[in-house]
Design a protein around this ligand. Structure first.
Ligand code: SF4
Length: 138
């Protein structure tokens, strides 16, 4: 069971979830996810990785944010430039285990995501499906 009571969510397309703190955040992206992105962009693995990927101290890899904290694939109109092949971390937001398991953190995330608390209640089965998409090994 999730801990958040009757979660509502409707994305407004504001783009705030595509902006973080470049000193501490990047977008998790597995090697399999990287492949689907560089194939989509018609880039070589080498060029894609040198241009967009950074490796953390624990050797996990992610898409490096720009100096202003934005994802490099965020378009000027707040659309995602790689939407069809975006990382699972993006596709499953805000239904991350750490957020949906805590009413406090879910409510706090509203200050970042204006879509939380809007729209219809998301059924638990759908919440679980979205959570699973992020945690599957790719
Ligand atoms: S911050 Fe929330 S409402 Fe804004 S684009 Fe991201 S998911 Fe949608």
């Amino acid at each position: 069971m999730t801990s958040v009571n009757s979660p509502r969510f409707q994305c407004t397309g504001c783009g705030q979830c595509c902006t973080g703190d470049p000193a501490h955040h990047y977008v998790e992206v597995s090697r399999k996810e990287q492949k689907r992105i560089y194939d989509y962009l018609h880039m070589s693995a080498r060029n894609f990785r040198s241009q967009y990927i950074e490796t953390a101290a624990d050797e996990s890899e992610g898409i490096r944010l720009m100096e202003n904290g934005q994802c490099p694939f965020l378009e000027p109109d707040n659309r995602c430039g790689i939407y069809r092949v975006r990382p699972d971390q993006c596709a499953t937001y805000p239904f991350w285990t750490e957020l949906i398991s805590s009413q406090t953190l879910w409510d706090k995330e509203k200050t970042r995501c204006e879509g939380i608390g809007r729209g219809s209640i998301i059924p638990e089965a759908e919440v679980r499906a979205r959570m699973t998409a992020r945690t599957r090994k790719t």
